[in-house]
Design a protein around this ligand. Structure first.
Ligand code: HEC
Ligand SMILES: [Cu+2]
Length: 345
């Protein structure tokens, strides 16, 4: 082979490789990773992408070179020279991909094993190693409970940075799927079984929690947030929430139920600091009860136990979960009283 041909082949290959690398690197294909697991998955992704770019450059340069170099001349219509196989070439093009595919499997296996690894919790150990969070999906909201912190319940997934987290994910109705794009992994939430997911957050911030399994009419609204914060901030959050839910002085049992059931993920209610806009504004309940033509407390009770009995105009039917009908009677009563009193109880 002439020197000039090799130079041309290499030049075309470098140009194609540079083009493919620019498409890979300049477009933000992946979310900015916020967990160690996502960082490892990104590494596998770039490892495979790098191999693909190199092979693409090789194949494209040979094709482009051949198209120009071996093009039939005008009027040339004879057959090309008969060619038999080239054993050396065939061995190389079998061996190289075999090595690359094996390398990809080994790297992936190591990453999968590392991503599933969690420290074993011992009874007396640090509650943050791992931090266990029970994740419950239901049409159409997420709730998060922290068994190591008095089973504290939250509508948002609050996590300390750098701590290994064990999510135990389940569902009370249909199949949902837990997904935080920045954490890089998805896990199904299946009624009757508990699936675990290990996450070690490594970047502060607030990320969307998304249901990624079509689960009903309100599926697109089934969102929450995951907040990654400093360890001491997380601990003080957990402590203050526990105090509130523990019914300490000045706190209301109705508010505790409101928070524990994550009503704030869909409703605005100023006294509880809730600002969501999926359901009606609960600060305006007296007017809404009047529109429905019912006494206030009964209206609230019925709306919680049987959400479709009266659907506020302009709001979707079948989105408010009907599961709250199963709340213990004392909790339901406290919740109704609390809402009827405009949060003053
Ligand atoms: C997944 C979103 C969602 C959650 C969670 C949710 N709601 Fe609702 N809620 C709605 C929607 C949407 C409506 C309006 C449609 C309807 O009445 O069914 C509504 C209606 C209501 C109404 C009637 C208000 C009116 O003007 O008609 C009350 C009262 C209410 N919700 C209370 C609660 C309470 C208390 C909780 C927590 C135990 C809660 N909701 C949890 C979405 C939600
Ligand atoms: Cu869902």
């Amino acid at each position: 082979m002439r020197r000039g041909s090799i130079v041309q082949l290499v030049a075309i290959g470098v140009a194609c490789g540079a083009g493919a690398a620019a498409v890979a690197l300049l477009i933000p294909w992946l979310p900015h990773s916020a967990s160690r697991q996502a960082g490892r998955i990104d590494f596998v992704f770039w490892f495979v992408t790098g191999i693909c770019i190199a092979i693409f450059a090789l194949v494209a340069s040979v094709i482009i070179y051949s198209i120009f170099k071996f093009r039939a001349q005008p009027g040339e219509d004879e057959d090309g020279p008969p060619i038999h196989g080239n054993t050396k070439l065939e061995v190389v093009w079998t061996a190289v991909p075999a090595v690359l595919v094996t390398a990809i499997s080994i790297v992936s296996a190591i990453v999968l094993a590392k991503n599933d690894h969690l420290p074993h919790a011992s009874a007396a150990s640090d509650p943050l190693s791992p931090l266990v969070v029970n994740v419950t999906a239901q049409q159409f909201e997420w709730s998060f409970k922290y068994p190591a912190f008095g089973n504290l319940a939250s509508a948002r997934l609050e996590l300390p940075i750098g701590a290994p987290v064990k999510l135990q994910i389940t569902s009370v109705d249909v199949t949902h799927s837990f997904w935080v794009p920045e954490f890089g992994q998805k896990q199904d939430a299946v009624p009757g079984s508990v699936n675990t997911l290990a996450i070690t957050p490594d970047r502060m911030g607030s990320y969307p929690v998304i249901c990624t399994e079509l689960c009903g009419l309100g599926h697109a609204l089934m969102r929450s947030r995951a907040d990654v914060m400093a360890k001491d901030k997380f601990l003080s959050w957990a402590k203050s929430q526990q105090k509130k839910l523990g019914g300490g002085s000045g706190s209301s049992p109705g508010l505790a139920v409101f928070k524990a059931q994550a009503c704030s993920s869909c409703h605005t209610f100023v006294p509880a600091g809730a600002t969501a806009k999926i359901g009606p504004d609960l600060d305006k309940l007296p007017a809404e009860a009047q529109r429905a033509g019912k006494p206030l407390e009964q209206f609230i009770h019925d709306s919680i136990v049987n959400p479709n009995a009266y659907v506020e105009p302009g709001y979707p039917k079948n989105v408010m979960p009907s599961i709250f009908a199963q709340l213990p009677k004392d909790q339901l009563d406290a919740l109704v009283k609390y809402l009827a009193a405009g949060g003053k109880q």
